[in-house]
Design a protein around this ligand. Structure first.
Ligand SMILES: Nc1ncnc2c1ncn2[C@@H]1O[C@H](COP(=O)(O)OP(=O)(O)OP(=O)(O)O)[C@@H](O)[C@H]1O
Length: 327
């Protein structure tokens, strides 16, 4: 294991930001810390980086006890959402900075900077100033700079958070490919479930200062530990007191034993799918997603009475009343 977090507590005044958090982050993988805003993701990342101290618990990085080491002795590289580049230095100089303060030979620095700029596809921008780059290019420069000193661990705090959706998506694919090339242990914070599912080898779901579940994207999606994880990693609806994915609800046009009876109150075609809202007899809405073919086959129309059942083999999780998940 590359990073061992053991029993970490962190309070800000009376507020508990992390509550007895333990997690092992494997070497060479891309791990996402995923969760809603304020859940404690950045605090955990900053404690791993040494930018914040834990009140209790320990941090080990590549077998080295790091709990009381300052950030510069932890051999970690980090990139934040708003990256502060040296404005008066060109891209190559910014990337070279960490190597130069470590007094590496000039030829080595030049070779390494060249290599890194190629890696992040910025070789043609080596002589530009940061202000002459787009937001996405600046974040790529930040990654090159963080990688320059060959950190054992790369820590990224919402690195693409400030960019527009299209650029975010491009950078996400690019980060995955970059990681496949360099294999440095990488931990990144995101509140975007799609980003985590697409990019990460492993996801740590954090909510309210606690870890809800750790697993691969498939494990979290297919075997969520609880209703929070299930609803955070995909759409859910409530049927007969359980959480279920909307595409796992069968709509029957004739009575079925044990079914939830309701009335179709909304039919919306979106691309390949048809989103159906069924208002059950007790007044709560159930969301159902059908393919266009299924919707056509069932002859559904607004106002029709239908009988809803879980699809055979569908994943269901008991709903906690306090979970705040809308039905
Ligand atoms: N220096 C601080 N002083 C006081 N409270 C803080 C401090 N840093 C963080 N917090 C609080 O701790 C909680 C966790 O913050 P953190 O930044 O770790 O959450 P997050 O999961 O990264 O959320 P976001 O996605 O919004 O950044 C929040 O409620 C935040 O207000």
């Amino acid at each position: 294991m590359s990073i061992e977090v053991r029993n970490v507590d962190k309070r800000f005044g009376d507020f508990v930001a992390l509550d007895d958090v333990s997690v092992s982050i494997p070497t060479g993988q891309l791990t996402a810390l995923l969760g809603p805003s304020g859940g404690g993701k950045s605090t955990l990342l900053r404690i791993i980086a040494g930018l914040e101290n834990a009140d209790d618990g320990t941090i080990e990085i590549e077998g080295v006890e790091a709990t009381h080491l300052p950030p510069q002795k932890r051999n970690v590289g980090f990139v934040f959402q708003h990256y502060a580049a040296f404005k008066h230095m060109n891209v190559a100089k910014n990337v070279a900075f960490g190597l130069e303060i470590r007094k590496r030979p000039k030829a080595d620095v030049e070779r390494r900077v060249d290599e890194l700029l190629r890696l992040v596809h910025l070789q043609q921008f080596a002589h530009r100033l940061p202000a002459q780059l787009s937001g996405g290019q600046r974040q790529r420069m930040a990654l090159a700079r963080a990688l320059a000193v060959e950190p054992t661990v790369l820590l990224l705090d919402e690195p693409f958070g400030a960019l527009d959706a299209k650029v975010r998506k491009e950078l996400r694919d690019w980060l995955r490919r970059l990681h496949d090339e360099v294999h440095v242990t990488t931990v990144f914070v995101t509140h975007d479930q799609e980003e985590a599912l697409e990019v990460a080898d492993e996801i740590v779901v954090i909510n309210d200062g606690r870890i809800e579940q750790v697993g691969t994207p498939d494990q979290l999606y297919d075997e969520p530990a609880n209703d929070f994880v299930m609803s955070f990693l995909g759409d859910v609806t409530r049927l007969n007191g359980v959480m279920i994915r909307p595409h796992d609800v069968d709509v029957n046009s004739t009575p079925v034993d044990g079914a939830v009876v309701g009335t179709v109150t909304r039919l919306l075609r979106v691309g390949f799918e048809v989103r159906v809202t069924v208002t059950a007899e007790d007044g709560h809405d159930v969301a159902v997603v059908l393919s266009r073919a299924e919707a056509r086959g069932s002859g559904l129309a607004e106002g029709a009475t239908v009988w809803l059942t879980p699809h055979r083999g569908a994943l269901t999780v008991d709903a906690r009343p306090a979970a705040g998940v809308s039905a």
